[in-house]
Design a binder for this molecule. Structure first.
Ligand SMILES: Nc1ncnc2c1ncn2[C@@H]1O[C@H](COP(=O)(O)OP(=O)(O)OP(=O)(O)O)[C@@H](O)[C@H]1O
Ligand SMILES: [Mg+2]
Length: 279
């Protein structure tokens, strides 16, 4: 076990199904994530990115190996780890402020909470509303907001319980390109401010490089780690960096490797062969 790791993933395997239909969703995954590190996970569809994230979130069990946070084995979900998904999953009947303030934990334990604890929670909710630029819509309902705003509410809600780990599964996948760029700088700001450790899944290689300290490339059948890339950019990111030659070189390298490992190349070749025969 690596004692300096915030998260240590030790030879983790995960299977779905039985017999001939069994899928090896993850095969001997090994990864150590440092405290305050920003890890981005990329890879072809079906390579196990979401499964790995759900395991870290305690929403999925493992068949082999061990996963530890601060040296402790994960046993189900915990307030130290918050998840944000592509679909905002807000409570439609609660306002923005209520969505942020009444996290599941506060909701279930509300009767036992002292008034000072409620005050602390609402103070934090106000601070998060400001941080996310949502103060003016605090009393609106989710269906009155744009997709980008809804996702900011979802992130604020995830941060409400002061999690030390943020697990994000394609959180900006449903947003348009401009909104996504704004969200990138926002999440980097949150990362610096909250000193969180972030594991972030994306299909967007540019996003993975811009946000990550390291980009972890996974490959399918079986789901495994193929390559880990160190991102050669300064710690404080700036959108201008996307124009740098080393940024584009890394982007090309990762895209080529995803194509090689996805099996898509062979599919494309087959398609070409088919069309050639038909012509
Ligand atoms: N609950 C489940 N039951 C059976 N098979 C599953 C289940 N969840 C995932 N799988 C399988 O495990 C593999 C990994 O799936 P996973 O959703 O983790 O991939 P992913 O990398 O997140 O893909 P995508 O990029 O499309 O979101 C796939 O083959 C998938 O079909
Ligand atoms: Mg997925």
């Amino acid at each position: 076990m690596n004692t300096s790791s915030k998260i240590s993933i030790e030879l983790v395997s995960k299977y779905f199904g039985r017999g001939g239909d069994q899928v090896r969703a993850l095969a001997s995954i090994e990864l150590n994530v440092r405290q305050n590190e920003f890890i981005t996970l990329v890879g072809a569809s079906g390579c196990g990115k979401s499964t790995l994230l759900r395991i870290l979130g305690g929403l999925e069990t493992i068949d082999e190996g061990a996963v530890r946070v601060d040296g402790q084995a994960i046993e189900g979900p915990g307030v130290d780890r918050a998840m944000v998904f592509q679909h905002y999953s807000l409570y439609p009947w609660l306002t923005v402020r209520q969505n942020i303030q009444f996290s599941r934990r506060l909701k279930t334990n509300r009767r036992d909470l002292s008034s000072s604890a409620v005050e602390v929670a609402s103070g934090r909710a106000d601070a998060l509303l400001r941080l996310m630029g949502l103060t003016h819509v605090a009393d609106a309902f989710p269906n009155q907001l744009s997709g980008g705003m809804q996702q900011r509410v979802a992130i604020a809600r995830a941060l409400q319980g002061k999690p030390s780990i943020l697990l994000m599964d394609e959180p900006f996948g449903a947003l348009d390109a401009q909104t996504r760029e704004v969200m990138h700088d926002l999440i980097l700001h949150v990362h610096a401010l909250e000193k969180s450790t972030i594991v972030f899944v994306t299909h967007d290689v540019e996003e993975a490089i811009y946000l990550g300290h390291r980009v972890v490339l996974m490959a399918p059948r079986p789901g495994r780690i193929d390559t880990i890339y160190d991102v050669p950019l300064p710690a404080v990111r700036d959108p201008e960096m996307k124009l740098a030659p080393e940024f584009n070189a890394l982007k090309r390298q990762i895209l080529a490797r995803i194509r090689e490992t996805s099996g898509m190349k062979t599919d494309l070749e087959m398609l070409e062969q088919l069309t050639r025969t038909e012509a």
